[in-house]
Design a binder for this molecule. Structure first.
Ligand code: ARG
Length: 257
């Protein structure tokens, strides 16, 4: 009887150990067992330089800032890579502690979640094939086929401005850019820093000079989770004032552009 119990315990231990070794998908660096608990961050890691996967690891500005916040809170950062459009609902329901995904603060989103202090300014920009007839924002119309990442502000604003018919929605920015490269859409409206990364990774695409919209990024948490929001804000204030955030940003974005 005893032996059998031991065997069961052994198997259980192995199962847990295997799960820890295999993990799921990319992992963030962590020192297991040293923290008071977890900070579960939902993101959509298709968005360089804010969040992306490289060599099986999550990297980017948001990932590093989140790591520092978790450190300040004495929590282990756990990253969940999900569709951008499901982040807010997952935060609302408590599935994730926070959403951090180059997420723009909007009044509509504020009805569902609370936002932290902002930690970055951003602009929506337009990617076109080199030599396109679209030379400026004014050349975009309801007849333009506009590629966007579904549920992003690029999607929301362009739908408002040009109508649903003009919009072609993709799950991730790189899919929209692929569609642009193969001529399925005429332009892609997306945040400028990821746009620069996508253009750099694809021949024959360029960025329009003019910005389509200006916005700010922040972390979202469930309404009512004021304790976490306050802790995140305190950490952000510290990381801003001691230069940590600038240092992280400058690793990924060069000052001249
Ligand atoms: N800033 C835009 C928004 O909030 C796009 C964010 C997309 N983020 C991502 N990780 N894919 O809608």
């Amino acid at each position: 009887m005893m032996e059998r119990k031991k065997l069961v315990a052994f198997i259980m231990t192995m199962v847990v150990a295997m799960a820890m070794i295999t993990g799921c998908g990319a992992s963030s660096s962590s020192k297991k067992g040293e923290y008071e608990g977890e900070l579960i961050m939902a993101t959509n890691a298709t968005f360089p330089p804010y969040e992306f996967v490289e060599n099986g690891e999550y990297e980017g500005i948001d990932v590093e800032i989140a790591g520092k916040i978790a450190e300040e809170l004495n929590l282990e950062l756990v990253i969940e890579d999900v569709e951008f459009g499901s982040i807010i609902a997952g935060v609302e329901s408590g599935k994730y502690d926070m959403g951090m995904a180059g997420m723009t603060v909007t009044d509509e989103r504020k009805e569902s979640v609370n936002f932290s202090e902002t930690y970055a300014v951003a602009v929506q920009s337009v990617i076109v094939p080199a030599g396109s007839d679209i030379k400026s924002i004014d050349d975009i119309s309801a007849d333009t086929k506009i590629g966007v990442q579904q549920d992003t502000t690029g999607d929301i604003y362009a739908t408002e401005d040009y109508g649903d018919e003009a919009i072609v929605r993709y799950k991730a920015g790189p899919d929209a850019v692929q569609a642009l490269a193969s001529g399925k859409v005429d332009c892609v409206i997306i945040d400028k820093e990821p746009a620069k990364a996508y253009v750099a990774a694809n021949d024959g695409l360029e960025l329009l000079d003019s910005a389509y919209a200006e916005e700010e990024y922040a972390i979202c948490v469930a309404k009512g989770n004021d304790e976490l929001l306050e802790k995140i804000n305190t950490a952000l204030t510290k990381l801003k004032s001691d230069g940590t955030i600038d240092e992280i940003v400058s690793k990924y974005i060069s000052a001249e552009d």
